[in-house]
Ligand binder design. Sequence first.
Ligand SMILES: Nc1ncnc2c1ncn2[C@@H]1O[C@H](COP(=O)(O)OP(=O)(O)OP(=O)(O)O)[C@@H](O)[C@H]1O
Ligand SMILES: [Mg+2]
Length: 367
Amino acid sequence: MIRIEHLRKQYANDTQLKDVSVEIHDGDVIAVIGPSGTGKSTLLRCINRLEKPTAGRIWVDDIEVTDPDCDINKVRQRMGMVFQSFNLFGHKTVIENIMMAPMDLLGKSKQEAYDTGMHLLRTVGLAEKALNYPDELSGGQKQRIAIARTLAMNPEVILLDEPTSALDPTMVGEVQAVIRDLAKTGKTMMIVTHEMNFAKAISNRVFYMDGGGIYEDGSPEQIFDQPKRENTRRFVHRLKVLELIIESRDYDFLGMAGKIEAWCGKNQIESKLTNRIRLVFEETMQLLIPLLTPLHVQAVCEYSEQTSVAEWTFRYAGAKLDLTQSADDLGITVLKSMAEHMEYDRKETETLPNSLYIKIKSTVQTK
Ligand SMILES: Nc1ncnc2c1ncn2[C@@H]1O[C@H](COP(=O)(O)OP(=O)(O)OP(=O)(O)O)[C@@H](O)[C@H]1O
Ligand SMILES: [Mg+2]
């Protein structure tokens, strides 16, 4: 078991990990996902002490790896790490690469190391490459060798940091297959990956990292199908988000339109849908402005790259104001013509208690 308590890692004046506390159980296969720069690699590197944490404590079973007196090499023998780049020794053959650490660090005999090495090479489907040099292998094959080399130490925990992201797309599958088999053997694993289907398929637990910590920790079903928190949902559905705040009646109308267009352009939203996104915003604002005192609106547009669906949510202050019920207004008719679905909700506890949700009609022709 790995126990992490109040882990913090700070580089220069930038805090990467703020306060991570978590327990990882034996046999857990954890997929670590999240936007770039949220500390996924840093977390793994702190666990096997490639990075020194700024604060906090980490235990691997009963050994505290953050204890200055801890023999970190002993710990690393029990914790294998697989990197994006394979770090194989170029002047040694494949089998020599695999035999080295068990002989040097575990005192295995040459024969023993060879037998285990060949067995592992068969496991990753590369026994016939035993006498080749790394340069003679493809990227996918090199990574499978790197995994075999890690396994040769028979570690209890395996940490993998984006093991397939440096590979040619045609080779991703073969490496994922090896990792998938490994995940079934009951070894404790943590895998940082940007490939969501893979993450979902192999893990029994997912850490979604955001804002310098584990933002949501749950089963793959929860994280991918029913995320509890906002940022997780946006990430797993690959949502692009635009947020506009309007606090004055004479807000920069043209500027907002420009912002919306630019955001749509950046996300390659096609022009018809871009128009609808902008028009829905403008119509809604025109309806809201005369009715709201004080004027305070937060408008959030979410666009899913996966489904090409765009949705607006307008949250606003003041007494109950349900636009969907103001029946005969021309503006509402226009709005409804562009909406596939509109829904009003009121949550008294929020600072902006009114919310109006508008799912924009798809502009994709369906025959
Ligand atoms: N050695 C370092 N020195 C200074 N800053 C660093 C160092 N390593 C990482 N960082 C900071 O941490 C951030 C990234 O942390 P980390 O590599 O853990 O992110 P990540 O979640 O693994 O991102 P990615 O998905 O891009 O790999 C960087 O943006 C950088 O600012
Ligand atoms: Mg990383």
